[in-house]
Design a binder for this molecule. Structure first.
Ligand SMILES: CC(C)(COP(=O)(O)OP(=O)(O)OC[C@H]1O[C@@H](n2cnc3c(N)ncnc32)[C@H](O)[C@@H]1OP(=O)(O)O)[C@@H](O)C(=O)NCCC(=O)NCCS
Length: 172
């Protein structure tokens, strides 16, 4: 069965919250304290926050629907929605998450290619993202997809300051 990528709108708010929390928990709970995880989830994935992000014209969310289920999602940012000042020529992949049971079936690649397509449609010359230095699985995936480590930035998981690698892919 083929994956279907569907652009999200406000009607998807609750489903977006559900997959955001589930995939974030599954990815990071083993390497982070419950207190820090809870603090981050409450701040980043509360309904008001997600509603604002869905309404921002410089951000776009997509669900990857597979076997009649939301199997993963993507969030991209342009212009001042980017979480670092990277300029008008860049697009950020802020979130790309596939549920555990659907990983390694090519869905991550489909979402990443969607981000590349949007970047090209908007005449961007660079796609970038931040990934936790300890997230070896995601780093290997991004390297496979042609991203290279270009710098670092800080990310707060609750009150813990963590280091994210910035990885970049230049478009022709
Ligand atoms: C990282 C993630 C999005 C990758 O998605 P995925 O659907 O599992 O990856 P795909 O099946 O699309 O893989 C695409 C390619 O990358 C390769 N790849 C995927 N994970 C890899 C890994 N850990 N090491 C090496 N190669 C990897 C695949 O073999 C495939 O190669 P191919 O094109 O030659 O067949 C997914 O594992 C995920 O959601 N992880 C948890 C959340 C997370 O960490 N998100 C990133 C936060 S910054």
């Amino acid at each position: 069965m083929a994956v279907k990528l569907i652009k999200c709108n406000q009607d998807d708010l609750h489903r977006l919250q559900e997959i955001s929390i589930k995939t974030f928990n599954d990815t990071f709970k083993d390497q982070n304290s419950t207190v820090n995880m809870t603090a981050y989830i409450q701040k980043a994935f509360n309904l008001k926050q997600l509603e604002r992000e869905l309404a921002n014209p410089s951000s776009q969310f997509f669900f990857a629907n597979f076997t009649n289920e939301v199997a993963g999602y993507l969030k991209v940012n342009m212009n001042d929605a980017q979480s670092e000042e990277m300029g008008e020529e860049s697009l950020e992949i802020e979130r790309i998450y596939i549920k555990n049971k659907f990983q390694k079936y090519g869905l991550g690649k489909s979402l990443l290619n969607k981000a590349m397509e949007i970047a090209m449609e908007h005449y961007k010359n660079k796609v970038w993202l931040g990934v936790w230095e300890k997230n070896e699985n995601a780093i290997a995936f991004y390297e496979k997809m042609g991203f290279v480590h270009t710098s670092v930035h800080s990310f707060y998981m609750g009150d813990e300051k963590q280091t994210d690698f910035i990885m970049t892919k230049t478009l022709l």
